[in-house]
Design a protein around this ligand. Structure first.
Ligand code: SAH
Length: 258
């Protein structure tokens, strides 16, 4: 391996070919022809993606890795984007085509990758890849769990989430401090909300910012009417509410008359 890992870029290179293949195989290849791999590094996962019928694109911020990929994956040459995933417009590269996202993600920006995916969900039917296990679990968790939070509610509003398997630190170079987990998100048939999306985000974030409090207390800043605040839902704490209940709560707030 000619490139040394750069810690600030979240580089943990996968050494285990079987796991690389299993991650590539987590794609169902339904309803899209393009796949974009975020952070291919030296291409351990890319190699298995290239065996599929999909049109493979990669985006990599590290110029040294980009040089390596250009030299070693000739059939990928014009589909290597040498950029920061968080800063690009997907439509600049894919127009209005659908594109699946995959990766052994840089863990330092993994939640930002999920938020960017949610923003661009009209274009992303499927998303799968590796996270720190704790983040992967948090995305997949249902209400009632201690780790259920903003990321779980927002992701599950638009995607069905499956936790696929756990990966130990020993299969990476250098090994991360924690275990990793692979998940798959499948976009829901109906991925538009029946309520104002900005308000939905505000309600979810405000409620979980004080997750120990009842909604009656944590949502005070939203200036709700006394009548609405008597609704039994406000006696609950955010971790007790399913995504659907957050949507109906948002709808009540939207229709509140002060
Ligand atoms: N997929 C490879 C590398 C994983 S490490 C493997 O499994 O071995 C994460 C990779 O993401 C690194 O190559 C790092 O350079 C890249 N990366 C980090 N931040 C990025 C960003 N903002 N946009 C694109 N790639 C990024």
């Amino acid at each position: 391996m000619s490139v040394r890992a750069k810690k600030h870029l979240g580089q943990h290179f996968l050494k285990d070919e079987q796991i690389a293949q299993n991650i590539a195989d987590s794609l169902t290849e339904k309803d899209y022809n393009n796949v974009l791999e975020i952070g291919p590094g030296m291409g351990v996962l890319t190699k298995y993606l290239l065996k599929k019928k999909l049109k493979v694109h990669v985006i990599e911020i590290d110029t040294e890795s980009v040089e390596y990929l250009k030299a070693n994956y000739l059939n990928l040459a014009d589909r290597i984007i040498s950029k920061d995933f968080l800063k690009i417009n997907l439509s600049d590269y894919f127009g209005d085509e659908q594109v699946a996202i995959i990766g052994n993600f840089p863990y330092n920006i993994s939640t930002q990758i999920v938020f960017k995916t949610l923003e661009n969900r009209h274009q992303i039917p499927e998303f799968s890849g590796m996270f720190q296990k704790e983040v992967a679990k948090r995305i997949a968790e249902k209400e009632g769990s201690k780790v259920y939070g903003i990321l779980s509610v927002l992701t599950q509003a638009f995607y069905d989430v499956e936790y696929l398997f756990t990966v130990p630190p020993t299969v990476f170079n250098p090994p991360p401090k924690v275990e990793s987990g692979v998940i798959r998100l499948t976009r829901k048939k109906n991925f538009t909300l029946p309520v104002n999306e900005k308000l939905f985000y505000t309600v979810v974030k405000t409620a979980f910012n004080q997750r120990r409090k009842t909604l009656r207390n944590s949502l005070k800043t939203l200036n709700l009417s006394d009548i609405l605040r008597e609704d039994p839902i406000f006696a609950k704490r955010p971790e007790q509410l399913s995504g659907q209940e957050f949507i109906s709560l948002t709808s009540k707030i939207e229709n509140d008359v002060i």
